[in-house]
Design a protein around this ligand. Structure first.
Ligand SMILES: Nc1ncnc2c1ncn2[C@@H]1O[C@H](COP(=O)(O)OP(=O)(O)OP(=O)(O)O)[C@@H](O)[C@H]1O
Length: 533
């Protein structure tokens, strides 16, 4: 996130924007300069010449307004195009990293880019615009009397030093406000995810408390930010006012000593005012730009090109040796050694809390074991590094997307469209689809929740089936499906070539006996054993 990035996004348009602002500054400075002649002609009673100068000034002013509007429009386009790219890169970063931090992502894509538009991109423009008008006005002022420049320079140094007083606090306040905003989004996400439960148990009070707390913290952070902004504006304004009055006074002395004309004095005062307003504007813009430094660094880290998804290899088997997982809270789970071969159908059992889901997380690379070894093998029996292993994972709460049921099964791959009918039959989804007017083309409405838990699970099972996943981990993936359909689905799974490891409770002994063997985790010493059927 940088000025270079904004300019490079469309170099030609950037050049036009800069040039248009130069033309704008030139037009407005010249029309201001002409006022000197208007005043001098007015004091010399030359009425028609006075009107002539005013008309020329009006034309210059109009031209300046048009140029300004055009340049501002083009610059906004430039910035929005750049931010569009940045958003894309951030999304790609999160996708490639496989992040699940939704609130952080929302904050980066929404709030933070808005802050950067207001406090970085627009202030940059403010700096450029005012830099031009200060430079041109200073040159014009020099033509009136050299000492006006010297006096201006003295006051400028004072004006430049003043904002240092508040700069650090401004930056900290800005960061605090963004952090509190992220916290607020997180709280909303975490608590509203369970809204129906909170309503069921009439726990609205607690929800209010939580939202209230983060909302208050955010409000306070925003107030603090505004307070520092206010103080900063006050300090700059004070310097500006002192400067203008001082220079007008000096111009007055020059006029009384007959060193400048009345026209010079009045235009000089106007120029000084432009210089101070311009400097004030540059300083406040720079202060705002500086306050976004950390935020820009954060975004910069998100937009550095990241490698595309890692190449993954289909795996068929897995072995675990002396595996131990340690959670931060000290919870330690030691696993029995296991060796799952290609095509094995394995039931992972054990009491609640013995570490079944944790073992899946280790296999999926979400948790790194404290010790021991986990190794995957591909079709040819070659070892595959865990980070490269391609596994199918089906959890209790199915991941669905707001698109058609068919697209949720094929995961948007047109190549698989011709196998959808056969697949939905295998997972028992046909009677469910018949209930919808648009059948497989029914769009899944994540807000309205137009599918039952069982239907969702069947869709995800169909997804794994149609993609011919060779290694399937199922964590209570049929918990919401009736027992008859579960039996049918499990039988279907057991007939597949794929290696299947399944966690399930309450399977009938008959169904259990169809698996090749069980890996049994035990609670007491967290050491388990393998029971072969
Ligand atoms: N993120 C975590 N931080 C700390 N401890 C955790 C975490 N996740 C799980 N645990 C603990 O690890 C142990 C195993 O949890 P896990 O979810 O793997 O059990 P499980 O056998 O799948 O249970 P269930 O059958 O109830 O789903 C539990 O005691 C749990 O409290």
């Amino acid at each position: 996130m940088s000025l270079k990035g904004i300019l490079k996004n469309n170099p030609l348009r950037a050049a036009v924007v800069m040039a248009t602002y130069v033309a704008y500054a030139l037009a407005s400075t010249i029309s201001m300069y002409l006022f000197k002649y208007a005043i001098n002609d007015l004091t010399a009673n030359k009425w028609s010449r006075f009107v002539f100068w005013l008309l020329i000034m009006a034309a210059g002013g109009l031209l300046a307004v048009l140029l300004h509007a055009l340049a501002t429009y083009l610059y906004s386009k430039q910035v929005q195009d750049y931010f569009h790219q940045v958003r894309r890169q951030i999304m790609h970063h999160y996708y490639a990293q496989g992040t699940t931090k939704v609130a952080a992502m929302q904050n980066q894509l929404g709030n933070n880019l808005k802050v950067l538009t207001d406090d970085y991109a627009m202030p940059l423009l403010q700096v450029w615009q005012n830099l031009l008008s200060v430079t041109m006005t200073t040159t014009a002022l020099f033509t009136l009397h050299w000492s006006l420049i010297a006096a201006t320079a003295v006051v400028v140094v004072i004006v430049l030093l003043l904002p240092k007083i508040i700069e650090k606090q401004m930056g900290q306040a800005s960061i605090a406000a963004t952090k509190k905003n992220a916290k607020m989004l997180d709280t909303v996400k975490n608590w509203f995810a369970g809204l129906s439960e909170l309503r069921r148990y009439k726990s609205g009070k607690r929800l209010n408390q939580e939202i209230d707390q983060s909302s208050q913290a955010l409000a306070q952070a925003n107030i603090a930010k505004k307070r520092y902004e206010g103080v900063s504006i006050g300090i700059n304004g004070l310097g500006n006012a002192i400067g203008q009055i001082g220079i007008a006074f000096w111009g007055g002395i020059l006029y009384f000593n007959r060193q400048v004309s009345l026209g010079d004095w009045s235009v000089g005062a106007e120029f000084t005012s432009t210089i101070f307003n311009g400097l004030w504007s540059i300083i406040s813009a720079l202060t705002r730009i500086k306050s976004t430094k950390k935020l820009r660094q954060e975004i910069e880290e998100l937009i550095v090109p990241v490698a595309d998804e890692q190449q993954s290899t289909n795996v068929c088997g897995v072995t675990g040796k002396n595996l131990v997982v340690k959670y931060d809270n000290g919870e330690t789970i030691a696993y029995p050694d296991f060796n799952v071969n290609r095509g094995d159908k394995v039931l992972l059992v054990g009491d609640s809390g013995t570490g079944k889901s944790t073992l899946f997380k280790v296999m999926l690379g979400q948790i790194t074991p404290a010790s021991g070894e986990l190794a995957f093998t591909d079709e040819a029996g070659r070892k595959v590094a865990p980070q490269e292993a391609h596994l199918g994972y089906i959890a209790q709460d199915a991941s669905l997307f707001p698109d058609t049921i068919i697209n949720n099964i094929t995961m948007f791959s047109q190549k698989l469209a011709n196998r959808v009918d056969q697949t939905v039959e295998k997972v028992g989804l046909v009677p469910d689809l018949a209930k919808f007017a648009s059948h497989g083309e029914t769009v899944i409405d994540l807000d309205q929740n137009n599918l039952s838990g069982g239907q969702k699970q069947k869709i995800v099972l169909a997804r794994a089936e149609i993609h011919n996943t060779q290694f399937l981990l199922l964590d209570e993936a049929t918990s919401a499906i009736d027992s008859q359909t579960t039996n049918a689905i499990v039988c279907e799974l057991l007939n597949m070539d794929a290696t299947v490891i399944l966690i399930a409770h309450n399977f009938s002994p008959e169904l259990v006996s169809r698996f090749d063997y069980q890996i049994h985790l035990k609670a007491d010493n967290k050491e388990g054993e393998k029971d072969v059927n």
